[in-house]
Ligand binder design. Structure first.
Ligand code: SAH
Ligand code: DHB
Ligand code: MG
Length: 222
């Protein structure tokens, strides 16, 4: 088992289960043209997020970490009429590319990209009363994962779905001595998800075109 076969199987999954998707292809092309890092979720993962939004019936979705809006659009597509998505992004270039992609895809009315440190934008959403969110996708700076989960409790309703990306990191997550701050941040996220009774959580290891990583997934208890 190696990266080559994971990649081939991802291609197989996409070829059998996803339809040809010029809109999503255009987003990735725009992201690469603008030299954004190629760390968007994979297509299969994007569809997974899309299905989670539909399965949960989410109407108000929060994303932390927009990049070029690829995962954003996968989730926005799943929203019902009247649904809305807010995505938080620190980097002004990333946010600009994302807004262009969202506009080109025809989702500007549903999606708002807010520029700034997510920790500040989360406080701002709280101050504005723009919550409770039904589904929250956390995919930004990993050292802040536990802080984002704390905010997720404040900004969500009982029954809300919370997903955290990149929590396995090629297996490094099990290393308590890891010098990687992202790994330590995700270890903190596991501690919080496992110890706070307001979360019921598990995690899924994933392999595929993005290598070996995984998602944590949780529901917010009443
Ligand atoms: N969700 C995207 C990928 C996000 S990559 C997708 O799958 O398509 C992580 C993003 O988080 C980057 O764009 C990075 O600029 C942003 N980010 C990093 N630190 C941040 C912070 N403190 N606040 C908000 N966004 C941040
Ligand atoms: C990185 C960040 C991500 O959100 C991701 O999905 C993959 C990699 C990174 O910062 O390396
Ligand atoms: Mg990610």
């Amino acid at each position: 088992m190696n990266q080559m076969i994971w990649h081939d199987v991802d291609d197989f999954i996409v070829s059998r289960l996803l339809t040809r998707d010029r809109q999503m292809d255009a987003v990735l092309a725009a992201n690469r043209a603008a030299s954004l890092p190629a760390i968007d979720v994979s297509a299969a993962q994007g569809k997974f997020l899309n299905l989670l939004v539909r399965m949960s019936g989410a109407r108000l979705v929060l994303e932390i970490g927009t990049l070029g809006g690829y995962s954003t659009l996968w989730m926005a597509r799943a929203l019902p009429k009247g649904g809305r998505l807010v995505s938080l992004e620190y980097d002004a270039l990333h946010a600009t590319v994302a807004r262009e992609n969202i506009e080109a895809a025809g989702f500007s009315d549903l999606v708002e990209v807010r520029i700034g440190r997510a920790i500040d934008s989360l406080a701002q959403l709280h101050a504005e009363g723009l919550y409770p969110f039904d589904l929250i996708f956390i995919d930004a700076d990993k050292p802040s994962n536990a802080a984002y989960l704390d905010w997720a409790l404040r900004l969500s309703r009982p029954g809300a779905v919370v997903i955290v990306d990149n929590v396995i990191r090629n297996g490094a997550i099990t290393d308590p001595l890891s010098g990687d701050r992202s790994v330590q941040g995700s270890r903190d996220a596991f501690e919080l998800l496992g110890s706070n009774p307001r979360f019921a959580a598990t995690a899924l290891q994933t392999v595929g075109s993005k290598g070996y990583d995984g998602f944590a997934i949780a529901i917010v208890e009443g």
